[in-house]
Ligand binder design. Sequence first.
Ligand SMILES: [Cu+2]
Length: 330
Amino acid sequence: MNILTYALLILGAAAIWQLVRVVELSTKLKGADPNKVTERDNRMNGIFMLTFMILLFAFCIWQFFAYKDRLLPEAASAHGVDIDWLMNFNFLVIGIVFFITNGLLFYMAYKYYGRDGAKATYYPHNNKLEMLWTGVPAVVLFIIIFLGIRLWNNTMEPAPTTTRLVELYAQQFNWSVRYSGTDNQLGKADYRLSGKYPTGIDSSDAKGYDDIIVNDTLFLEVNKEVNFRMRSRDVIHSAFFPHFRAQMNCVPGMETWFHFKPTITTAEMRKKTGNDKFDYMLLCNKICGTSHWNMGLLIVVGDKKQYEEYMKRRKPYFDGRPLPTVSAKN
Ligand SMILES: [Cu+2]
């Protein structure tokens, strides 16, 4: 079947080639130069330009609606709603410019196709036009950049110290979550201890005795701001929360931060998307090694009661254990 297809393609190409040759020869027989571009050729090209424009625009508009359901569902975080708004605003501006500039480009090519004996007007400069096409993009860009910086500052402003503190610890190829416990303080940790204790938690720091470490789920409470501290054990990973419109690199040797407020529970999102298997995910968004593709973590957003029940079932890592004596300082 494959060979037959290739044979057909080759035969088709040969047939077109022969057809072109026949047209060329017949032009020659008529005594005309086959390489001369005639007004008729130009008009045909103009019509092709216009046809291409209509097909391109139709394809763009069709694509916009046809693939709409492949996009992420509505933002599930407070700041995510603003990010989506700015993104849509950008798309709107880009869309308008796209249709105007491409519409003019193809329409002009159609309207002013080369006519025999026609002479182009020499029109080298116009101050008003220069002002217009410099000024308008400058103003639009200023608005977009201003809105962007304002949104960035609002999103990245450090969280108040009372915000619930959770650590995300990245390593090849999984995530650990360390909840800060009842004191809302994370105990000291050092990557040199990570072979000994998960996330490298330092047993000499009492602040860590109530820290709860899990690596199967990140459980969040709806409408409650969470401040994430991110660390990495080995290489640069990136904590990517697509549904919450958040991402932050996890860099070995330093701490990075991101805080957001989930606003839609998993159950509510399942209803909204009509998909009863929907789950929020934390993904790694840096190509960090061979199993990078598999570096995900389930995120569950529940209400206050569900969150408290979930936490009640988890025990702090050092709970009930004889206090270890190993510390990074030793
Ligand atoms: Cu990774």
